[in-house]
Design a protein around this ligand. Structure first.
Ligand SMILES: Nc1nc2c(c(=O)[nH]1)N[C@H]1C(S)=C(S)[C@@H](COP(=O)(O)O)O[C@H]1N2
Ligand SMILES: [Mo]
Length: 346
């Protein structure tokens, strides 16, 4: 368990696939198996010397039920670091991981951290399919072994008018989509969270799950999905994601309200039609498909002109700051919406 992520040595090995390389499926698959064979050997050689208490199976020796395994994050090396939040103060790890929205684990801000610590992400399968030439199936190890992991510090603005500055680890969604090869019918990208009511109690309890129809689904236009800012996160700060932040892999779209940034993704499907999205289905007059951060378009029940920036002290000591159009990322994304009435397409 503790050795599923590669160390820095392995990531710099010559057989590592470069992001810039676009390979046909057969070669890609073939290389994957080679990487796996070599990779597991290398990890085993390094990892075998590190004993792990979590792996000790003493409970089964005594014929007792094993206690549920507690989730553990692991160090995650990265090769590049970019700050997309200027001089703004990065939100402490303790806040990023205890003030969350993840309704599958309950609707309060504390609930996800409290209720998700036994979440199992190994094995995990992420399928990329639909209008693509080369459908992909990635396992947990593939996210970190096949992709170049970089750190990007982004502002994150929830539709509820609070915000954070978060250093994510991951890779651009475009890298994955280019490997899959989007065909000419691909106009949208649909995302789906794991559906597992046994692990995610909010999915089978309407009250706990806030009335959302599960699995949680989200969507982007293909142009939005291909934008360089659109990120698949597999970590926070310098570690793999904890469950409350969407382990093992989640979307991050920094110019849109936080609900677009779907967590614990199992499927990415390229489609020809605009896919349904969870919050839009629940309240179409309050939550649009685009959900671009926009201080000029208020939520029907509150203003979006400003936000509380969560820092050391938490929500109630947070300072109120002005909300920026596209959350401050207009230079990179405003062109995507040229000619679109943003008051109607909210
Ligand atoms: N599957 C799923 N994804 C989700 C949510 C959710 O309830 N379920 N909440 C969204 C909302 S409203 C926000 S603000 C962000 C919060 O991300 P964070 O907890 O990592 O800050 O996750 C988004 N992704
Ligand atoms: Mo949110």
């Amino acid at each position: 368990m503790s050795n599923k992520f590669t160390n820095g040595l392995l990531k710099r090995s010559p057989w590592h696939i470069k992001e810039s390389e676009v390979t046909p499926e057969e070669i890609f698959k073939d290389r994957r198996s080679i990487i796996k064979a070599l990779g597991f050997g290398a990890v085993g050689a390094v990892g075998a010397t590190i004993p792990s208490v979590a792996n000790a199976d003493i409970f089964s020796l005594f014929g007792k039920d094993k206690p549920a395994k507690k989730f553990a994050t692991a160090p995650l090396p990265f090769t590049k670091q970019t700050n997309y939040a200027g001089a703004e103060i990065v939100t402490p790890y303790s806040k990023v991981t205890t003030h969350n929205n993840f309704y599958e684990f309950g609707t309060s801000k504390k609930a996800p951290a409290e209720n998700s610590q036994e979440f199992q992400v190994d094995p995990w399968t992420l399928v990329i399919d639909g209008e693509v030439d080369r459908p992909l199936t990635l396992g947990l190890d593939d996210f970190t072994k096949l992709m170049d992991i970089e750190q990007r510090t982004y502002r994150m603005r929830c539709v509820e008018a609070w915000s954070m500055v978060i250093p994510w680890l991951g890779f651009p969604l475009a890298t994955l989509l280019k490997r899959a090869g989007v065909n000419s019918k691909g106009k949208y990208v649909a995302f789906e969270t794991l559906h597992d009511p046994e692990q995610m109690p909010g999915q089978s309890n309407r009250f706990m799950g806030g009335g959302i129809h599960y699995p949680y689904v989200e969507g982007l236009t293909i142009e939005e999905a291909m934008n360089d800012l659109t990120f698949m996160a597999v970590g926070l700060y310098d570690k793999t994601l904890p469950p409350q932040n969407g382990a093992p892999i989640r979307l991050v779209v920094p110019w849109k309200y936080g609900f677009k940034s779907i967590k614990s993704v199992v499927r990415i499907r390229v489609t020809s039609q605009r896919p349904p999205t969870s919050w839009n289905q629940l309240g179409p007059s309050e939550y649009g498909f685009y959900a671009n951060v926009n201080p000029a378009v208020d939520h029907p029940r509150w203003s979006q002109a400003s936000e509380r920036r969560i820092a050391e002290g938490g929500l109630f000591s947070a300072t109120r700051i002005k909300t920026l159009p596209f959350n401050g990322y207009g230079d990179q994304v405003a062109d995507l919406y040229r000619g679109l009435d943003l008051t109607k397409n909210f």
